[in-house]
Design a binder for this molecule. Structure first.
Ligand SMILES: *Cc1c(COP(=O)(O)O)cnc(C)c1O
Length: 358
């Protein structure tokens, strides 16, 4: 069976060599040495100013919204994973959707201003499939209206924009280290920011607000990562160059073999060093997508309709119509992309797709 992704696993021996250190110390969580080492390695590798690793990639969005949302309206994208909108609702804020750019698939920055009201407190935008939003435009709108900017950068491990880590943009950026993501700790995630003051707030928030054992800085939650998760992360991180080069090969295969006459690939924004995180293709109609999905399934190949549905249509959110997002969501398929996907399988996938769309 070929799925849209396959979790990259180091050998069990490699994992054990890290996890043994937790055993030897009898220390499984609360920012143990494996967690500190992983944070340090990621900080250097990504060249970011501040990082806090967390137990998943959703709680960082919630923490950022707790600090900046203030129960207000949050301008956001309808084309993302459900966690983006759900975090807004969960934090008692109101999602206000702005439609997306039809090719970059990120929030359409030219439509943000008209969605701002006196209740707007923040912009929460997703760098979809590792493709950066129009960061400069969003920054200038945010400073004009005094709004905070949070980026859901769950897909962005290793992406650079304008020669620096994409995690360095926004008041806060978040990432997911879920097992299906490009770098992972099984379950996990991270908070990133530039400002020391914001870092302190995020840091206390992620650990119950503790300032030492007896004192509390403010309201907090438990977003701490365990040493077992950090051990996976360290063992995966040792292979990070291979992970990127192998994924690049798969992407290049699709780029060279797919017939793009009736098929649109993701348009990557200029000045981006991309991370080969997903291979989305947009068909001319949902009917074509369904036909291709069926044909691939009959060969035990399971691409994923991602993102689907458009988040403004979810039952607990009554969002306005978002024509572009709804249309793209109905026609987009993420093709299998992972380390170790054999060329023979890639050939089968591309020939099935090419046969149907031509
Ligand atoms: C994966 C993902 C999340 C959630 O991350 P988890 O680690 O699964 O909690 C949030 N936003 C986007 C865009 C994602 O793809």
């Amino acid at each position: 069976m070929i799925n849209v992704t396959k979790t990259f696993l180091p050998t069990l021996e490699e994992y054990n060599s890290y996890v043994k250190r937790a055993w030897d110390k009898v220390w499984l969580t609360n920012r143990g040495e494996l967690t500190l080492e992983l944070e340090d390695k990621l900080k250097n590798h990504l060249a970011v100013n501040h990082i806090i690793i967390t137990n998943n990639g959703t709680i960082p969005i919630q923490i950022a919204l707790k600090l900046f949302g203030n129960g207000g309206e949050i301008i956001t994208t309808p084309f993302s994973y459900v966690a983006t909108s759900a975090a807004i609702v969960w934090e008692n804020c109101k999602p206000v959707f702005v439609d997306i750019h039809p090719e970059y698939l990120t929030i359409d920055e030219t439509k943000i201003e008209e969605a701002i009201t006196s209740k707007t407190t923040a912009i929460l935008a997703t760098h979809v499939f590792g493709n950066p939003c129009h960061i400069t435009a969003i920054e200038s709108i945010a400073s004009k209206y005094n709004l905070k900017v949070i980026y859901d950068a769950a897909h962005c491990f290793g992406v650079n924009y304008n020669n620096q880590s994409i995690f360095n943009y926004g008041d806060v950026s978040t990432c997911s280290f879920h097992a299906t993501k490009i770098f992972h700790t099984g379950e996990g995630g991270a908070l990133f920011c530039n400002d020391q003051n914001i870092y302190d707030k995020l840091y206390y928030s992620h650990n119950f607000g503790h300032n030492g054992p007896l004192d509390f800085h403010g309201l907090g939650i438990n977003a701490k990562v365990s040493e077992l998760q950090s051990a996976i992360g360290l063992a995966v991180f040792d292979h990070i160059d291979t992970i990127f080069s192998e994924r690049k090969k798969v992407v290049e295969f699709y780029n060279s073999q797919l017939n793009f006459t009736n098929l649109k690939p993701l348009k990557i924004r200029e000045n981006t060093e991309w991370n080969y995180s997903y291979y989305p293709v947009v068909f001319d109609s949902e009917a074509t997508l369904l036909e291709i999905q069926k044909e691939l399934q009959s060969e035990n190949i399971f691409p994923r309709r991602y993102f689907y549905p458009s988040l403004n249509t979810i039952n607990y959110i009554k969002g306005a119509k978002m024509p572009i997002s709804e249309s793209v969501a109905s026609r987009i398929l993420c093709l299998p992309l992972y380390v170790g996907l054999p060329t023979s399988d890639l050939k089968r996938i591309t020939s099935i797709i090419n046969k149907i769309i031509c």
